[in-house]
Design a protein around this ligand. Structure first.
Ligand code: GLA
Length: 376
């Protein structure tokens, strides 16, 4: 089964946009391996838009890689990725042209899926630009879903229609394994916050086999990339990564892996956060908000008797006491029970909470805990 847990990997778009080539992919793949990301669970190396020639091959009708960007062809790149024990991802679009104006799969779905399979593709991101006015969006995803199944290769289907047409309600039925539910993320706190909160009520539409995708992470970009210029702070990236983990969202890195800082590497390989993200039950967290919506406490059931808490100060200015009554998450006073906390970042015990969970959190920052029920 594909996507038993939220898919993890790296995608070229956030940092490189159209400025991709064989060397960039190979160097990032090498860095990915050297930094130990595969051991942490990261698996997919995905080439986004702008990889192909501007025209299909006149003889075969196939989409073909740009020979300047990919002088040895696409199979060479996928073989390289596979030789490192990783999986290889590609990109196309449901419309007549991709978002950046390259040949796209409308009315060529079955041919293209076969071509991607020939290229050794294990993951297809499928975008939603330039749809003919009469085309039916959901039907286009059904088509590619079926085309991938018929391609002769097991290919993870990553739908990307930005939440259009009430995507949550039907996308699972197309065979998709993850689906973008929002517009494009930018490398700044406000964008990340808007995207995350927009899906707070849609996290129930994520389950093994198909996950709500709140977009590629900007974690570690620090303003160096195509999407947004300001960049975020270390605390803001900590908040982003923690939200994605609590949401059971796919973890597709978007930074330049070659220049990842030790601090960001520690964040994206944090065992406790990944344990939360990759929990096999993928349950949505219960959200409690306070302080005019500026603070959030998330409480998530994990498997094997564990729980997770995330406390977020999403306000822009001051430190806040972020708090929630544990009765809101189901713990009654008469239970005789309490939650024993472990700090997800330090791995240290963080006390026991019985009636209220309350921690002081700086603006744009968070605290995350693993928890177990104990006798009070
Ligand atoms: C859309 C998608 C992005 C990226 C670009 C490529 O905007 O949402 O994630 O794939 O297209 O052009």
């Amino acid at each position: 089964m594909l996507a038993k847990t939220p898919p993890m990997g790296w995608n070229t778009w956030n940092t490189f946009g159209g400025d991709i080539n064989e060397q960039v992919i190979l160097e990032n793949t090498d860095a990915f391996v050297k930094l130990g990301l595969p051991a942490a669970g990261y698996q997919y190396i995905v080439i986004d838009d702008c990889w192909s020639c501007r025209e299909r091959d006149p003889e075969t009708g196939k989409i073909i890689p740009d020979p300047v960007k990919f002088p040895h062809g696409m199979k060479y790149v996928s073989d390289y990725v596979h030789s490192k024990g990783l999986k290889f991802g590609m990109y196309s679009c449901a419309g007549t042209l991709t978002c950046a104006g390259y040949p796209s799969s409308f009315d060529h779905e079955f041919l293209d899926a076969k071509t991607f399979a020939e290229y050794g593709c294990d993951f297809l991101k499928y975008d939603f630009c330039n749809m003919p006015r009469t085309a039916n969006g959901p039907l286009m995803y059904r088509r590619m879903g079926l085309a991938l199944k018929a391609s002769g290769r097991e290919i993870l289907f990553s739908a990307c229609n930005w939440g259009s047409d009430n995507v949550h309600q039907w996308i699972r039925s197309t065979g998709a394994h993850m689906y973008r539910s929002t517009g494009d993320i930018q490398d700044n706190f406000q964008s990340m916050k808007n995207i995350a909160l927009s899906q707070e009520n849609n996290l129930c539409y994520s389950a093994p086999g198909c996950f709500n995708d709140t977009d590629m992470l900007t974690v570690g970009m620090y303003g160096k990339g195509l999407v947004g210029t300001s960049g975020s702070t270390t605390a803001e990236y900590r908040t982003e990564f923690s939200l994605w983990c609590l949401f059971s969202a796919p973890l597709m890195l978007g930074c330049d892996i070659r220049t990842l800082t030790p601090e960001m590497l520690a964040l994206i390989t944090n065992k406790n956060l990944l344990r939360i993200n990759q929990d096999e039950e993928a349950r949505p967290p219960i959200a409690f908000q306070n302080d005019s919506g500026n603070t959030r406490v998330y409480f998530k059931h994990l498997s094997n008797g564990e729980y997770a808490f995330g406390l977020f100060n999403l306000g822009d200015n001051d430190d806040r006491y972020v708090r929630a009554n544990l009765t809101d998450f189901g713990l009654s006073g008469s239970s005789g029970l309490a939650f024993a906390l472990t700090d997800a970042f330090t791995d240290e015990p963080a006390g026991t909470v019985k009636e209220t969970i309350c921690f002081r959190v700086p603006a744009h920052d968070c605290r995350v805990f693993l928890a177990r029920l104990v006798e009070a």
